[in-house]
Design a protein around this ligand. Structure first.
Ligand SMILES: [Zn+2]
Length: 663
């Protein structure tokens, strides 16, 4: 009855006596570049056997999979829950303007109809910015970085005198600054998977998903795909892709440039797909052109059973459907297999990647001529944050990096320089994504000092990218975030309804508002804050200490429960993205798994967060974008307020210009 009522509401009354439910993707309002590939899918839930039809602008389309009048349909739909599906893989259109999809799905009880519209965007018209096409695209992604993170990094690094900043960050100096809305396909508050994928595809995804549309299929890697910027530019002009992150390389932000999956956590399959769809032989016929992959995440490259391996069959993917391979011009070698015992490290090396496992070996690889392809895995899971790496380099303490089994890690700016040495060898250009991952991760953990240190490290990488853009010419750089994390902003929406909220018993007996915790009284507000002045180490550029007289204090508007002591925290919280063996070791060494269990519980005051649990969350706030370009005025197009998917079209327009050969 519930389903029936919904169908009436949706306007299907005429045929809804007992019709199945129906979905079609791409979702209504999707935008694509001319010739950008995407999959169409109509699926329904009901009682088999099923049949379906789909037309575009009235022209019937032949499904590439889905047997009519069967219950099994395409063989990949969630039959156990009554789903059937029909697909058109690898569709593309060259005709700018709006197009209409019309689809029917019939089961044993009736027929449901759905229609949606998509737009093809002209990528090849002369843009208004003048100058030449951008050969190279660099996306600097400060994960979770809002306006406040940028301000904090600037204040710590440069200070303020008489109301005037004593210096500006590299990203502050970029000429084209605007705002970007960050919503995903299914929520105002995005996670990092759609947060990055929208810049790389021009399309919104559901939370947790990257490079795909939602679908009821039996494997996350079977979901309907949309083509990435790197795939498009590799296919039409032979561009290379570089991915550099301080996170585990399986993490959502790097993967959302190259891997198509409806589950961002399936690290085995994600890292396999990096290589299998990289077009390592350089055919230009398919894939991403991945030539640089750097970060943490060695655990996915080691066969299961060896120390630090996280590979498992449960996080891998089975052979991709035949029509997916055909529609995306993928060779049989890219089909995928459940192979937790795979030595992915050896496979990368066999296909031409030089491998670095430390800063020392990275320096050795790029000294006097960079390799053709570069794989750098500097930790088993997430890399360590800037302040812990710097502490080791200064000889203050290497306890944290040693405990992570990663004693010799490069800084993000050093990785950026190495990546550009490799990528600049390709005269056809490149797409490079650089992620400062721990701005987000440390904000979740409400460790302000580490988040600020990470923002300084990220800005150093921005400076390196800018110098390369000046040297190479014809390069566009955008500095942005996928979303804000933890900040002074809207933290979500009421769950469970208003009546449920009103019926909830009071929760007012645990605190006494008339008492002020001693450390809360230490917060200087307004003029009591003054102008904090950090001592910056002359050789490495980071603060000598985050604990100075009058240090900056931070609040978290989207916070979880924690104890706050205002002192910098000697140990980081155990990263979630680490092999379990290292997590256990860290726990045994006294590292806490959660902010509420940090040492401050012995001296700080308890802060009851506004969201459940003990981690801060992403917010729906707009994020700042700053753009720079050489050889063109492409930076101009990023000023003003824009939606996240706009960024893709602006970058692609800058890259393809008026006379790109794309036929
Ligand atoms: Zn996050």
């Amino acid at each position: 009855m519930k389903q029936l009522a919904m169908l009436f509401l949706a306007g299907f009354a005429a045929s809804a006596a007992a019709a199945p439910s129906i979905n079609v993707v791409p979702p209504d309002g999707a935008r694509f570049l001319q010739q950008q590939r995407f999959d169409l899918r109509v699926e329904g839930q009901g009682t088999g056997p099923y049949s379906a039809s789909l037309s575009i602008d009235g022209v019937p389309q032949a499904f590439t999979s889905g047997k009519q009048n069967t219950s099994a349909t395409d063989g990949i739909s969630d039959v156990a829950k009554g789903w059937g599906g029909f697909n058109v893989r690898g569709y593309a259109s060259g005709e700018p303007g709006w197009h209409t999809i019309s689809a029917d799905f019939a089961d044993a009880t009736g027929t449901a109809h759905v229609s949606s519209r998509f737009q093809i965007v002209d990528a090849f018209g002369r843009d208004d910015n003048g100058g030449r096409r951008a050969k190279n695209v660099i996306i600097m992604l400060g994960d979770g970085m809002g306006v406040a993170h940028r301000t904090a990094a600037r204040l710590v690094k440069y200070g303020v005198t008489g109301g005037q900043p004593d210096g500006w960050l590299n990203m502050d100096r970029f000429p084209g600054t605007g705002l970007v809305s960050t919503h995903s396909l299914n929520s105002i508050v995005t996670d990092s998977a759609p947060g990055m994928a929208c810049y790389a595809t021009g399309n919104h995804s559901n939370n947790g998903q990257e490079g795909v549309y939602p679908a009821h299929v039996t494997n996350a890697f079977y979901a309907p795909r949309v083509e990435y910027m790197a795939e498009y530019l590799h296919r039409v002009k032979g561009a290379s892709l570089g991915l550099v992150t301080t996170a585990d390389v399986e993490d959502a932000t790097p993967a959302a440039n190259a891997v198509h999956t409806a589950n961002r956590n399936e690290g085995t399959g994600i890292c396999d797909q990096y290589l299998d769809e990289s077009d390592a032989e350089g055919s230009g016929a398919y894939g991403t052109g991945l030539s640089v992959l750097m970060g943490g995440g060695r655990r996915w490259f080691l066969p299961s059973g060896t120390f630090g391996s996280s590979r498992s069959a449960g996080t891998d993917y089975e052979a991709l459907p035949a029509d997916l391979l055909t529609g995306w011009s993928l060779p049989a070698s890219a089909a995928g297999a459940k192979d937790p015992g795979r030595n992915l490290l050896a496979d990368f090396q066999a296909r031409g990647f030089s491998y670095a496992d430390s800063k020392t070996s990275l320096d050795g690889l790029v000294a006097g001529g960079a390799p053709q392809k570069l794989l750098g895995l500097f930790g088993y899971g997430n890399m360590n944050v800037a302040l812990d790496k710097i502490s080791a380099r200064r000889g203050v303490s290497s306890a944290v990096v040693d405990a992570y089994h990663a004693p010799d890690q490069p800084m993000l700016d050093e990785m950026t320089d190495a990546a550009l040495k490799v990528l600049s060898r390709n005269r056809s250009g490149f797409v490079l994504m650089i992620e400062g991952a721990h701005i987000d991760k440390q904000s979740h953990l409400m460790d302000a000092d580490r988040a600020v240190g990470e923002t300084i490290e990220f800005d150093n990488a921005v400076g390196v990218a800018k110098r390369w853009a000046d040297r190479l010419g014809d390069t566009v750089i955008v500095v942005l975030a996928d979303h804000e994390c933890s900040g002074f902003s809207l933290i979500g929406a009421l769950a469970g309804g208003l009546a449920n909220l009103k019926a909830t018993p009071p929760d007012n007996t645990k605190f006494d508002p008339s008492s002020t915790p001693a450390r809360q009284g230490k917060v200087g507000t307004y003029d009591a804050a003054g102008f904090p002045r950090y001592q910056i180490n002359k050789s490495d550029g980071y603060p000598e200490s985050m604990d100075i007289d009058g240090k900056l204090l931070f609040g978290f508007g989207a916070d979880g429960d924690r104890f706050e002591g205002w002192l910098s925290k000697p140990l980081p919280i155990i990263d979630s993205l680490l092999p379990s063996v290292i997590k256990s070791e860290l726990a045994a060494k006294g590292y806490s798994g959660s902010p509420a269990g940090r040492a401050e519980k012995d001296f700080g005051f308890f802060v009851r967060g506004q969201v459940p649990g003990d981690q801060a969350v992403h917010t729906a706030s707009d994020i700042p974008v700053s753009a720079y370009s050489t050889g063109s005025q492409a930076w101009r197009s990023f000023t003003g307020v824009q939606t996240n998917t706009d960024v893709f079209f602006k970058l692609m327009r800058a890259a393809l210009g008026s006379d790109a050969d794309v036929d």
